[in-house]
Structures are given as structure tokens and as C-alpha cells.
Write a protein that binds this ligand. Structure first.
Ligand code: ADP
Length: 374
């Protein structure tokens, strides 16, 4: 029943150590003992016990310090503190430091067994949670690989063939076939955009951003995003204007992802604009943060829809929107990337007048101050 579960008893009182060892060994546990905190930490390091029974009041380093160190080095080990009746407050304190339960002295063999059974059940649940999380991450990674290689690559190849035919590079195609091929081409383009957006989202969820945060100036990122979208704006007859801040804007950022944020909002501002309209991108430093406004003169968003636009796959449903391609994932990506940058986004909009997205990002000094306070 209790086969190979390992328990460590750390207590400076010999009678307690001996009686715990006797009761627990009899119940079939592999029980070890230590006479003080230093020895306890040493043995815990060697045997990685499932459960530690820990006296709080010991000479030398006290139980709370031992508890803190075990929680740090062996987070899956469950700790139960042994306390004198009068030290119930320190037991509560120990629980705040990560102890699972406490056992007041004096205790009977039955009370000891009960606490240990509950503690080991907690250990089993913790181990199960960790292995399920690892399994989920493995599956997610596997799915990303499958979508990226097995689905996206062959579709890209088909699109390249269609690019040639629809672009007239393969000679004349009869009118009906040409219409069908154009339909197939535009459906495939939408599908590939959906896959690209989904992959971005999956990679962000898999923690891709956190690994690549570096000190960066926001201005070249703003300039690049605007430059890359200039020809798209021209093709839609929309004027794209950038007003960059004159002073440096030092950020702790994943530059590539931040560019995605700006491009997603800017391309929407172009896509949902009117012919002859404008998109103004304006950066400003104030109160230790960078504010980037992206203001368009487009169709606007109905007020009651604004709370939903950052949700996965959400698109405003109306007759104008139906003909505009999109995946409903662009703003969801924006929100997740900004969360990874301690940033926020706000939206103001008026139907048929336009929309203003304001992105707020903490400047480097602010970011560091915040971390130190935590
Ligand atoms: P999509 O791929 O559909 O553009 P997004 O997640 O980028 O998806 O945006 C979600 C929805 O928010 C869009 O479908 C659109 O209805 C609305 N939206 C976003 N930006 C604007 C904008 N600048 N003007 C009007 N509507 C917008």
C-alpha cells in the first residue's frame, strides 16, 4: 500500500524521531531521520523525499528556514510541520511559507498516520499535475510542428502554382476556369493567413516571447512596421502618416513580436478604412511610458462590440465586414504579446468616423523599478 514512499523526519527531540520512525516504518514507509536543520537539508538533497515531517523549533537553523529551502529546491516534496501546542501561530506562518499541513504535539500514532496519508495524497496530485502539464506542452509543440510542416508547407506549394496561373505566367486560361482558380487562390490565401496567425498565437502561448526580451528602442520598430505597410496602404488608397517621438524610447522588448503588434493594428486601420482615408501613427513618451496611437478614418466599431474584439476568432458581423478578409486572430495576438511586455491597449471608436487604438508600454527604467518592488 505505502510501498516505496520516502519520508524524512527532522526533529531535535530523539523520542519524537524514534516514535515517528517506528510508526511509519511499521506502516511500510521508507523512513529517514535527521537531528537538525542542516542534516535535514543534506539528507533531503540526497534522498528527495516524498514528504518531510519538520519540527519548527530547533536549535541552529530553524524549521521555517529549512522549509523555505526545501520548497525552493524540491517543490514537489510535501512538508508537514510539527509544532508545540503554544506555537500554533508559527504553524500558520509555516503554511504561508508553503507547508501543506501541521501536526500539533503531542500526537498519537493514528494522528501521525492520517496526516502522512493526506500529505502523500497531495504529493501524488502534485506529481500528476506536473506530468499532465508537461504532456500538454509536448502535445502543443507536436501540434505546432504538424501544422507548420505537414499542413502549411504543401499548401504553400499549391499556392505558388496558383500564383503562377492566376498571374498569367502559364498562358491564357479560359474565363470560367480563371474565375474558379481565382476563387481557389483567394480561399487558399485566407487559409494560409489563418495558419500563420494560429502558429503565432501557439508560439506565444508556448512562451516564445519571454525567452527573447532584449533592450530595444521602439523608434526603429515603429519605422519598420510603417515602412513595411506603405505599399499595402497605397494599394488601398489610404495615406499612412508616422509621427515618431524625437527622444529615445528604451523598452525591454521582443522586437519581432512588438513589430507584429504594430503591424496587426496598423493593417486593420488600413483594411477597415475608406478610400482616400488616413492612418496616423503617433508615438509619445509620458509618465515613464510610451504611448503609441494608431488613428484611422474608417468604418469604426460598434460600442457594444469593442469588449469582444480581442477574443480569439471574433469579427464584427455586418454587411461591410463580410467582404473583407480576416481571421479574427490579429487582435488576440496583439493582446497576448502586450501582456508579455507588461503593456496594455485601449480602444476608442465611432461608427463611420474611425477608430483609435492606443498601445501603452513601460519604458525600461519603469520596468526595472516594478520588478524590484515585487
Ligand atoms: P481580423 O483578421 O478579422 O481583422 P482582428 O482580430 O485583427 O481580426 O480584429 C477583430 C475584429 O475587430 C475585426 O474583424 C474587425 O471587425 C474589428 N476591427 C479591428 N480593428 C478595426 C479597425 N481599425 N476598424 C474597424 N474595425 C476593426
Amino acid at each position: 500500500m505505502s510501498d516505496s514512499k520516502t519520508i524524512l523526519v527532522v526533529d531535535d527531540e530523539e523520542p519524537i524521531r524514534d516514535s515517528c520512525k517506528q510508526v511509519l516504518s511499521k506502516a511500510g514507509y521508507d523512513c529517514h531521520t535527521a537531528t537538525d536543520g542542516i542534516e535535514g537539508l543534506h539528507i533531503a538533497h540526497q534522498i528527495e523525499p516524498h514528504l518531510v515531517l519538520l519540527d519548527l523549533m530547533m536549535p541552529g537553523i530553524d524549521g521555517l528556514e529549512v522549509l523555505t529551502q526545501i520548497r525552493k529546491t524540491h517543490p514537489q516534496t510535501v512538508c508537514i510541520v510539527i509544532t508545540g501546542y503554544a506555537t500554533i501561530e508559527s504553524a500558520v506562518d509555516a503554511m504561508k511559507h508553503g507547508a501543506f499541513d501541521f501536526l500539533p504535539k503531542p500526537f498519537t500514532p493514528e494522528e501521525l498516520r492520517l496526516k502522512v496519508v493526506r500529505g502523500l495524497e497531495q504529493h501524488r496530485l502534485l506529481a500528476e499535475t506536473v506530468s499532465l502539464r508537461e504532456e500538454k506542452e509536448r502535445m502543443q509543440q507536436y501540434f505546432i510542428t504538424i501544422v507548420a510542416h505537414e499542413l502549411r508547407s504543401p499548401l504553400l506549394l499549391v499556392k505558388q502554382y496558383l500564383d503562377l496561373i492566376v498571374g498569367g505566367k502559364m498562358g491564357k486560361v479560359d474565363e470560367t476556369a480563371s474565375e474558379m482558380l481565382e476563387g481557389a487562390h483567394s480561399t487558399l490565401t485566407g487559409l494560409l493567413q489563418l495558419i500563420a496567425d494560429w502558429l503565432k498565437l501557439a508560439r506565444i502561448n508556448a512562451g516564445d516571447i519571454a525567452g527573447g526580451m532584449v533592450d530595444a528602442d521602439a523608434r526603429p520598430i515603429l519605422e519598420k512596421a510603417t515602412g513595411d505597410l506603405t505599399s499595402y496602404a497605397e494599394s488601398k488608397d489610404v495615406r499612412l502618416i508616422l509621427a515618431c517621438p524625437s527622444e529615445p524610447c528604451p523598452l525591454c522588448a521582443h522586437a519581432e513580436s512588438l513589430e507584429v503588434v504594430l503591424k496587426n493594428i496598423m493593417s486593420n486601420a488600413i483594411k477597415y478604412n475608406r478610400k482616400g482615408g488616413t492612418v496616423t501613427v503617433r508615438g509619445e513618451v509620458a509618465d515613464g511610458r510610451l504611448q503609441i496611437d494608431i488613428i484611422d478614418t474608417g468604418m469604426g466599431i460598434p460600442e457594444h462590440e469593442i469588449p469582444f474584439i480581442f477574443e480569439d476568432f471574433f469579427r464584427v458581423k455586418n454587411s461591410k465586414m463580410a467582404s473583407i478578409p480576416g481571421t479574427g486572430l490579429g487582435l488576440s495576438i496583439v493582446k497576448k504579446i502586450l501582456e508579455g511586455h507588461h503593456g496594455t491597449v485601449e480602444v476608442e471608436s465611432k461608427v463611420d468616423e474611425g477608430t483609435k487604438f492606443s498601445v501603452f508600454l513601460p519604458l525600461v527604467c519603469e520596468l526595472h523599478t516594478g520588478e524590484e518592488e515585487n
